[in-house]
Structures are given as C-alpha cells and as structure tokens.
Design a protein around this ligand. Structure first.
Ligand code: RB5
Length: 147
C-alpha cells in the first residue's frame, strides 16, 4: 500500500513518529511531502499535496497532520474525491474506515500522544470498508461534490 504523509509545523514530530509506525508495518511504501522543520507553513498547502496523490492514485491513502488536525482536515475535505476523517481516538479510526471509507486520516500533533497516534494509524490502515448500506451513504457524500 502506498501512503503519502504530510504535516505542518504543528505536527512535524508526530509525523516522524507515525513514519516509524509505518516502517514497522508490512508492504507500506511511504512518501513524505513535508514539512521538514519548525518554520511555519500553511496547512492547506500540505493537505493539497497529500490529497493530490490520493486523487491521482499515486497513493492509496493519505495521512495529514497539523496542530489540532482540524484545519488540515477541513482543507482536505474541500478537495474532490477526498474523504478525510479527523481521528483522535480508536473508535473513530475504525468507524471512519468501516462506515465512511475514509481515504485520508487526519490527526492533531498537539492533541495526541505518540502511542495513541500510532495505534490509530494501525487500526485505520488495517480496517476495511464494510460497504452495503454504507456504500449508498458514501455515494451520497460524493454526489455533494457536484451540487
Ligand atoms: C498552526 O499554528 C495551527 O493553527 C495548525 O497546526 C492547526 O492546528 C490548524 O488547525
């Protein structure tokens, strides 16, 4: 599975921790689009870079991080084809895959401890979409992009 990851300055350290978790998982190829330092950057730019890979198919899924995870998830959900879920707990991570078929995971670097964040990533990457009645609802979400 190909994963593109990115963060603003509010979550650079969490990004490195998440990359360690990804390195422990099997068959994961990671592309890091930055940022790579503590110099402030604008989180919509990071969301755009990661989501471009998801929309084009260059990545199967995306992981985006900012201080709270809020701004970057809002930005990502403006992009056609993106279903970004801000998950700061295990249950949301599981449900965002099973029910919402989220293709981008957002987390907050100033919200989560590394252990919790790592487990969220593991759950999110190993949980499949359930389809069925959820497929109809996800299709309706995607139809909103054209209204
Ligand atoms: C940057 O200071 C901060 O606003 C950003 O990381 C994020 O928390 C926005 O939602």
């Amino acid at each position: 599975m190909k994963i593109t990851i990115g963060s603003d300055h509010g979550a650079v350290e969490l990004k490195e921790e998440v990359k360690k978790v990804l390195a422990e998982l099997e068959d994961i190829e990671v592309k890091d689009v930055g940022t790579f330092g503590t110099e402030p950057v604008d989180y919509p730019d990071i969301a755009e870079k990661v989501c471009a890979d998801v929309v084009s198919g260059a990545a199967d899924k995306g992981i985006i991080l900012c201080g709270t995870g809020i701004g970057i998830s809002i930005a990502a959900n403006k992009i056609k084809g993106i279903r970004c879920a801000l998950c700061n707990d295990f249950y949301s991570a599981k449900m965002s895959r099973e029910h919402n078929n989220a293709n981008v995971l957002a987390m907050g670097g100033r919200v989560l401890g590394y252990g919790v964040a790592g487990e969220i990533v593991r759950i999110w990457l190993t949980t499949d979409f359930e389809g069925g009645r959820h497929e109809r609802r996800v299709n309706k979400i995607m139809a909103l992009e054209n209204k």
